[in-house]
Design a protein around this ligand. Sequence first.
Ligand SMILES: NC(=O)c1ccc[n+]([C@@H]2O[C@H](COP(=O)([O-])OP(=O)(O)OC[C@H]3O[C@@H](n4cnc5c(N)ncnc54)[C@H](O)[C@@H]3O)[C@@H](O)[C@H]2O)c1
Ligand SMILES: N[C@H](CO)Cc1c[nH]c[nH+]1
Ligand SMILES: [Zn+2]
Length: 434
Amino acid sequence: MMPQFLSTRDAGFEEAFRVLLAQKREDSPDVDAAVAAIIADVRERGDAALVELTERFDRVRLTPETLRISDDEIERLCAQVPEAEREALGLAAERIRAYHARQMPRDESFTDSLGATLGWRWTPVSAAGLYVPGGLAAYPSSVLMNAVPAKVAGVKRLVVTVPTPDGVANPLVLLACRVAGVDEVFRIGGAQAIAALAYGTGAVRPVDKITGPGNAYVAAAKRRVFGKVGIDMIAGPSEILVIADRDNDPDWIALDLLSQAEHDESAQALLVTDDEGFGRAVAEAVGRRLETLPRRAIAGASWRDFGAVVTVRSLDEAAEIADRIAAEHLELLVGDPEALASRISHAGAMFLGPWTPEAIGDYIGGPNHVLPTARTARFSSGLSVMDFLKRTTVSRMTPAALAALGPHAETLAKAERLEAHGMSVRARLDRING
Ligand SMILES: NC(=O)c1ccc[n+]([C@@H]2O[C@H](COP(=O)([O-])OP(=O)(O)OC[C@H]3O[C@@H](n4cnc5c(N)ncnc54)[C@H](O)[C@@H]3O)[C@@H](O)[C@H]2O)c1
Ligand SMILES: N[C@H](CO)Cc1c[nH]c[nH+]1
Ligand SMILES: [Zn+2]
């Protein structure tokens, strides 16, 4: 199972790019049509639609009363979690909380030379909904990465929806909900869960913002409800770009690449190195390590179809590649990783030096693991407290400030032919001028 081997010397820089940027997944019009019908159904029939769709897709028979997982049931399931997992989850939550608390922006207010007081205030959304995927993709770590920043931002009501295929709930997901301070958990999934969060039903009260990953139906539903509610981003398959020189253990690099390849057949794991022999050694190590993985079919397909080893002539070229790929995760395993990092602007998250495997960031480092994929790190950032906050501007004029600024506002209002705008200023100016 071999990836592509590219060299900027042989293929040329632009050709190497063309290959690396070849896209992976198309949105399907069929999925979008199915999702439109599901959303319309939930809006029209509320809980009855949720009950029916959950029976059809997740094979669970519910009633409007059992759509929500009761606190007692959560308590019972959480008790099944082994102590080591409980402890690790608690430590992860604490570190994520501490990191995100530092992100909280401050309100600002200042008085300018005319005496106008100007500023802005940050306030949280009142209610947020977090979609947690079902089955194999139900990551308790992702519950923390979404829910903890929401709570740090001050969101009052945090609702989780998680499908429970065949009635099976994941105890560690529920424990993560509890540790993060989630207020309500519903056993619903897919487009119907997104519709319920956006529009509300009898059992589910609507929220203002929806975050969290999911399959194509979830992604299409999030796109459709955007505008009625806010959404975070549409996260695509995981990506990792490792820049490594020959002074590394090929086996470590191989495992770092596989750590993201094992997420998804469409995940992309790339190695950029200035030593061709080292690149080949890493590819061989990937082959060896793959055999041992429970998810070898997924990781193998990802490595075969989207993996690549690129040999560059210099670390300058490596930096240029990293910027143009704008990977979700970027590991820098070179002599001076800080210096290389300072030359790269576009990446969701950077991991510097040999002691920082990307997996630390997935679980327990502190920064968020919900990150921009598919080159969107060129213009967007990973999830943070800012996703759950809004900024309101605040202005206060004095008579002197209005006397100085008002006539100019009037002029602009006239130019836009907005008479009432100008008059609302003029009425005050007349009073000021006696
Ligand atoms: N990027 C990330 O950070 C990240 C993290 C975790 C998971 N994921 C992604 O989440 C996804 C999880 O997918 P999943 O399917 O296991 O769980 P899911 O919870 O996303 O989807 C399950 C739901 O899909 C709906 N569905 C399934 N088939 C349908 C159909 N034919 N018509 C209408 N609705 C249908 C059902 O309502 C079901 O409840 C994967 O694509 C994975 O890559 C991404
Ligand atoms: N690496 C994933 C995001 O790309 C997040 C994750 C969850 N669990 C393990 N990893
Ligand atoms: Zn991961």
